[in-house]
Design a protein around this ligand. Structure first.
Ligand code: KPL
Length: 315
């Protein structure tokens, strides 16, 4: 029976893959050796909301010849090229859902899948925006840390069929999926939130909820202002009140969660700062807009990531 392959099964990939498998859609998780070893021995443990243990197959590489019903790509942005090359090598063309944060993701996957031999990869590649919060507690254990949703484009264009198939898959596991028409605007909306939350939580080593008020809230709002200006320069206009509401809502809904960037810093791994804040700086610069707080937060994150001790949550 065809399986849904989750490539880059860390926090988000394991949680979504585990939920899909538990709901009856066969899933194969592809992740790091320590995580895979524990899942093989004890199953995937999901703590927090709707806690459950899910026995499911896990591998460190995609077994060549795998019969895939679809792929969820949850690697970090800087690993996307390598992941797409492995997918092209190992699987026949199938719908591929990209769940990365940041801007400019799809062209990278389309280019690498095409270079790897997939004909017409633009028909397969679909971007989704994830706000389902998940924390990797340690190998084999993920915590569902609040509520969120997956936003996908309304089916249209070359990938219409892939969008339909992936949306059906996710909905069959009762995952919260919302299809929107102005998808590119939603990508920017999520980028604004990530540009405000992720670096501040990662630099200060705090869960998202600590940005609800006080100086860390002000720091996040300063970054939000600049991200709104960058978005506007690229033709995506956001009222400040609208973006501030989004920020407040996500901080509330994910207050217990450690942002993905903080989890990377905790584990001494590279962060997605370039795909999030770096992309904001580049878009702004292309349109003659200066974003000094964003430039400076990138430097501060790099310095603090280099000097912070790894947290006890590291795996
Ligand atoms: O997308 C996220 C992330 O951590 O990358 C949020 C929504 C901020 C949840 O933590």
């Amino acid at each position: 029976m065809p399986v849904v392959v989750v490539v880059g099964a860390g926090a988000v990939g394991s949680l979504l893959g585990g939920r899909l498998h538990a709901a009856g859609t066969p899933v194969l998780l592809v992740g790091r050796p320590a995580h895979v070893a524990v899942i093989r021995a004890h199953g995937l443990r999901i703590d927090g909301v709707d806690a459950q243990t899910v026995p499911l197959p896990a591998e460190t590489r995609i077994p060549p010849g795998t019969d895939a019903a679809g792929v969820l790509v949850t690697v970090k942005t800087f690993d996307l090229s390598t992941a797409a090359e492995e997918i092209a090598r190992s699987l026949r063309p199938t719908p591929v859902l990209l769940l990365e944060n940041g801007l400019g993701i799809e062209p990278v996957a389309i280019e690498r899948l095409g270079a790897g031999g997939w004909a017409d990869p633009a028909r397969s590649v679909v971007r989704a925006i994830n706000s389902v919060p998940a924390t990797l507690v340690g190998p084999g254990v993920v915590r569902a840390a609040g509520s969120g949703e997956l936003i996908v484009p309304v089916p249209s264009g070359a990938a219409a069929d892939a969008i339909r198939r992936l949306t059906d898959l996710l909905r069959s596991a009762r995952l919260p999926v919302r299809a929107v028409r102005e998808f590119d605007r939603e990508v920017w909306r999520k980028a604004l939130v990530n540009a405000a939350i992720n670096p501040v939580t990662a630099i200060h080593g705090v869960a998202n909820g600590r940005l609800a008020d006080g100086p860390l809230h002000d720091e996040a709002v300063g970054l939000l202002h600049e991200a709104i200006r960058a978005a506007g320069s690229a033709g995506f206009d956001f009222e400040f009140a609208e973006a501030e509401d989004d920020l407040a809502r996500v901080v509330r809904a994910t207050s217990e969660n450690r942002s993905s960037m903080l989890q990377d810093v905790d584990r001494g791994r590279p962060t997605e700062i370039d795909a999030i804040s770096g992309a904001i700086v580049r878009v702004a610069a292309d349109h003659g807009v200066d974003v000094p707080r964003t430039r400076s937060v990138i430097e501060r994150l790099r310095r603090s990531a280099a000097t912070r001790p790894r947290s006890a949550q590291s795996s």
